[in-house]
Design a protein around this ligand. Sequence first.
Ligand code: FES
Length: 151
Amino acid sequence: MTELNDLYQEVVRDHYANPRNFGRIEEADRVSEGFNPFCGDIITLYLKLDDACIVDVAFEGVGCAISKASASLMTEGVMGKSQEDAEVLFDAVHRMFTGEEANGGRDDIDLGDIDFLAGVAAFPVRVKCATLCWHTLRAALNGSEETVTTE
Ligand code: FES
């Protein structure tokens, strides 16, 4: 458990210090904003789509270590995926953070490094930090222009 905890801390620290796909996409097809009123953190997510496939994704904003690390891991996770597969990943990640079970028990979706954030589920306040970017992603996939909030 300590080893897993160390690994979790290392992954979060790395993605916070060196966030992947951090920045803006000038000619994005979708742009969504997410806001956590609890702390004032904000994220802007950019998607470039081609034939229902996410060909580029980027984010910018201000956030705590978990929200930034989660967004960084998310961009790696959905890059190159179809919109449909990104939705499937969203559902699996949401189940992981909320502790819900997949149909029949264990989830068989491969979360890759996103799995390192599983421990966040034990801390309800931090779940909002970790899920902000994911809800913002879903809004972008749905073409919603409303700001997503964690409330
Ligand atoms: Fe603001 Fe985590 S404390 S998103």
